[in-house]
Write a protein that binds this ligand. Structure first.
Ligand SMILES: [Zn+2]
Length: 410
């Protein structure tokens, strides 16, 4: 079967499974939704059918598979993708629509929604090719089922062509990446690779080796309650405390005012009443020391607010949630070097971009494992206008195979 047909069949099969994850269900179950199990089981079965002997779907919802080397003395490398889709818009009951021989014009998704070329210039690169779109009622799920399909097609290519020499190859399909919990249950005891490429990127030829450092800060303002009619000199209003705190954070360093390499502070949620208010903030910076500076700035701001409102109490908690994967990539440059070598051998003009977010790989990078992120050929993730280009997805799979070849040439 040709590569494009192989990927398209897989992609349609995987996007038909309802795997939208649910951050609110995490407290009671993991993976957060049952549909993820259906796709995990499907992938486990398909890997076995391809002849991979060591395949495991563990009780935490991760498929791991070990493909044996067909050449001695080579290091093991890994590839990873996630089976869940985001919950920013409906991600279930996906009815993917194939647009063959795309005419280069706007694509009407539904009576209400159109995918227009003007705001999606990437589309115009695929005139005459096959693109896949939604029916306007759900996202498509190219994030990350394009990555899953490409890894599976790459495995099938290796299995069916023994002339491709390779070392041990590990495959990981995780769940609940979109809820930020994909790596909480990662089977480190099964991981034995020198590098792990995540296939979880976007448009063709863009690869990523740098992501944010991220922290979450929780601030709890406790006021003093009193009857409002006799509140003078008694009441301390936690809502007022919280609003002082939030209004002191510079607007110029918010997500909506920054791009490129600039970091930000983002007050993300606020709940409570005059008696007590909880504020949650997300902090991001490409520079780890600057992230720590941001945490300290908020800590002293919170303390100051506490002092300004005598009788009020402020509690401050911070947690670094993931680190910039660039550190591990620089320390261990072989993974990135061979990625670019593979691109060059295939004539793909790869270019790097910054991820203003994190990846599952970032959590492995904390352990020193380089985890470059590969393009998968999709665009407009987490939206009803998500789309993917089949030639780009096929290139994604080709790149994976070529990376594996490069590790064997080295
Ligand atoms: Zn993703």
């Amino acid at each position: 079967m040709n590569l494009e047909k192989n990927i398209l069949d897989r992609f349609l099969r995987y996007t038909a499974v309802d795997t939208m994850s649910d951050p609110d269900a995490l407290a009671s179950q993991h993976p957060s939704t049952d549909g993820q199990w259906d796709l995990l089981r499907m992938l486990e079965k398909e890997l076995r059918q391809l002849g991979i002997e060591d395949v495991l779907l563990d009780s935490n919802g991760v498929v791991s598979a070990n493909m044996k080397a067909n050449k001695e003395g080579l290091p093991s490398i890994a590839f990873m993708a996630h089976v869940d889709t985001a919950s920013d818009c409906n991600g279930n009951h996906v009815k993917a629509r194939i647009v063959n021989d795309y005419d280069g014009e706007d694509i009407k998704l539904s009576s209400k929604l159109t995918l227009d070329v003007k705001s999606n210039p990437e589309l115009s690169k695929y005139k005459g090719e096959t693109v896949i779109v939604t029916d306007g009622t759900s996202l498509l799920g190219a994030d990350d089922k394009a990555g899953v399909a490409e890894i599976m097609a790459a495995v099938e290519t290796l299995v069916s062509d023994p002339s491709i020499k390779h070392g041990p190859v590990q495959i990981f399909f995780t769940s609940d990446e979109e809820t930020g919990c994909g790596m909480d249950y990662f089977p480190m005891d099964r991981f034995s690779s020198e590098a792990c490429y995540t296939a979880d990127g976007g448009v063709r030829y863009v690869v990523e080796t740098e992501c944010f450092n991220a922290a979450t800060v929780d601030v709890h303002f406790t006021g003093v309650s009193a009857h409002l009619g006799s509140a003078k000199n008694r009441m301390v209003n936690a809502v007022t405390m919280a609003s002082h705190f939030i209004s002191a954070i510079p607007q110029a360093q918010s997500p909506e005012a920054t791009d490129g390499r600039d970091g930000y502070w983002c007050p993300y949620s606020i709940e409570g009443s005059a008696a007590d208010v909880k504020v949650k903030l997300f902090l991001r910076d490409f520079d780890y020391d600057k992230l720590l500076d941001r945490i300290e700035a908020l800590r002293s701001l919170a303390q100051t607010v506490g002092k300004l409102f005598a009788g009020g109490v402020v509690a401050f908690k911070s947690k670094v949630s993931y680190r910039n994967m660039n550190e591990a990539c620089l320390k261990n440059p072989k993974a990135t070097e061979l990625l670019f070598k593979a691109g060059e051998q295939l004539g793909m003009p790869l270019r790097t971009e910054l991820i203003r977010g994190g990846t599952d790989g970032a959590r492995l990078a904390e352990k020193g494992i380089p985890c470059p992120n590969l393009f998968t050929g999709g665009d407009n993730y987490h939206s009803l206008k998500e789309w993917a280009a089949l030639p780009a997805m096929a290139d994604g799979a080709r790149l994976i195979v070529q990376i594996i070849r490069c590790w064997a040439q080295d």
